[in-house]
Design a protein around this ligand. Structure first.
Ligand code: UGA
Length: 429
């Protein structure tokens, strides 16, 4: 099928590449000329395992191309996926002006039936607004359907999440649109849930918020573990063995960050409020998330007292492993805190250093993980990169002023660290 993706950011580009991979003919458009030029040259503007190769493969096979024109997208494709940013406003609500602009542009050039699919994360009832906008701005009596098809991929595992999803949600009200959507997703051989548009939109915010609550729940348990000398790893294991609870997203740590959970939780609180519902549970989850970082900082201050003129080795800058994304990264927030309090931060991240340096030029970047330990009063693990486990910790210990390690992700082997002579502080243990 001929598909156009409008917006070649994280979601748009990976979705476009995966649609091409299963045999569809895909045009990814973006209004950023520079980005389109780079994509045509085979350059992907962010790090995602496997994506660059998948794009190259599908471009070479003639199934994937890039452009700037929404008119061309509407002309050439039966299904138009909107995958533009929906950033947060100051008050936490969602800024929908990119979605609205795309809807108007589609309306201006629409002259035969198209399915307009919203992939961006949007508040419930946005589909209704998109449909009204297309109706209002189309020059001829336009024939179209608006569908909600939320995306559940995670950064760092986007390709496998897209190729083997747990579910595909299609919110649509017309049989014609449902048939087209089913055909698009047929190669993925995954359970498809058909709902009305509003429910599909809600599924996305409800899912992300639930996962954020789950993490905040285990983080709160980690606080109780610290106060009662229990071990959150064992508690999480014991809880997770119950199939109704499940083991995933019970990793206690510094809290959730990234471009999705913080934004979506704030948005969902606002959306609920506008609908007359006070989502106190979600407000509390957000508050526990903030606390988690504060408590970690307190723990560091307790050990090394003042941060001023101290050297802190920081392992990890990305908001999670396998990505170069530093948006709303807890690691970056910590680095900023350390610097504000007068510490020197020697940092290393396998992928996110360029983006981190742009946002925080005061960082002293190191070319290897071991180097953050040079002259350090403590080393902090802030991102769950597997490779940090394999660092030469004994040589790091020799370079440190005091052998003190704060593991904000419970990544390292506590017993080994103690045997090597480190004072080790994890989370909830
Ligand atoms: C999240 C959702 O998991 C995706 O399903 C969704 O599609 C995406 O948002 C989105 O809305 O676009 P993502 O933000 O890429 O995906 O990353 P996650 O793997 O969910 O991690 C989010 C944050 O939670 C990270 O900071 C991570 O370190 C933290 N986390 C995750 C924990 O602290 N503990 C855990 O057990 C799991």
């Amino acid at each position: 099928m001929k598909i156009a993706i409008i917006g070649s950011g994280y979601v748009g580009l990976t979705t476009g590449a995966c649609f091409a991979e299963v045999g569809h003919e895909v045009l990814c458009v973006d209004n950023d000329q520079g980005k389109v030029k780079s994509l045509r040259e085979g350059l992907v503007p962010f790090y995602e395992p496997g994506l660059e190769a998948m794009i190259a493969r599908n471009v070479a096979a003639g199934r994937l191309r890039f452009g700037e024109s929404i008119a061309e997208a509407v002309e050439s494709s039966l299904a138009l996926f909107i995958a533009v940013p929906t950033p947060p406003r100051e008050d936490g609500s969602v800024d929908l002006h990119y979605v609205e602009k795309v809807a108007r542009e589609i309306a201006g050039v629409l002259h035969e039936y198209r399915v307009v699919v919203d992939k961006s994360t949007v508040p419930v009832r946005t589909g209704e607004k998109v449909a009204q906008t297309i109706e209002r701005y189309s020059k001829q009596k336009a024939d179209f359907d608006v569908v909600s098809n939320p995306e559940f991929l995670r950064e760092g595992s986007a390709i496998s999440d897209l190729m083997n999803p747990d579910r595909i949600v299609i919110g649509a009200s017309s049989e014609r649109a449902i048939a087209i959507m089913k055909e698009i997703y047929q190669p993925f051989r995954t359970p498809v849930l058909i709902t009305d548009v509003n429910s599909a939109e809600l599924i996305k915010h409800a899912s992300n918020s639930f996962l954020a609550v789950k993490i905040s729940y285990i983080n709160m348990i980690s606080q109780i573990c610290e106060a009662s000398k229990a071990d959150v790893l064992l508690v999480a294991e014991g809880m997770g063995l119950d199939r109704r609870i499940g083991r995933s997203f019970l990793q206690a740590g510094l809290g959730w960050g990234g471009s999705c959970f913080p934004k979506d939780v704030s948005a969902f609180i606002r959306i609920a409020e506008e609908l007359g519902c006070d989502f106190r549970l979600l407000k509390e989850a957000a508050s526990i998330n903030r606390q988690q970082r504060e408590r970690f900082l307190k723990k560091i201050r307790e050990e090394i007292w003042l941060l001023r003129d101290k050297t802190i080795g920081l392992l990890g800058l990305a908001f999670k492993n396998n990505t170069d994304d530093t948006r709303q990264s807890v690691a970056m927030a910590l680095a900023e805190n350390f610097i504000q309090e007068g510490a020197v931060v020697r940092a290393y991240d396998p992928k996110a250093m360029a983006k981190a340096k742009q946002a925080l030029p005061e960082l002293h970047l190191c070319s290897r993980g071991e180097e953050v330990a040079q002259g350090a009063d403590c080393v902090v693990v802030a991102t769950e990169w597997e490779e940090f486990r394999e660092l030469d910790w004994l040589s790091m210990k020799k370079r440190m002023v005091t052998p003190l390690v704060f593991d904000g992700r419970n990544l390292l082997d506590r017993e080994k660290m103690a045997a090597w002579g480190f004072t080790y502080r994890g989370i909830g243990r």
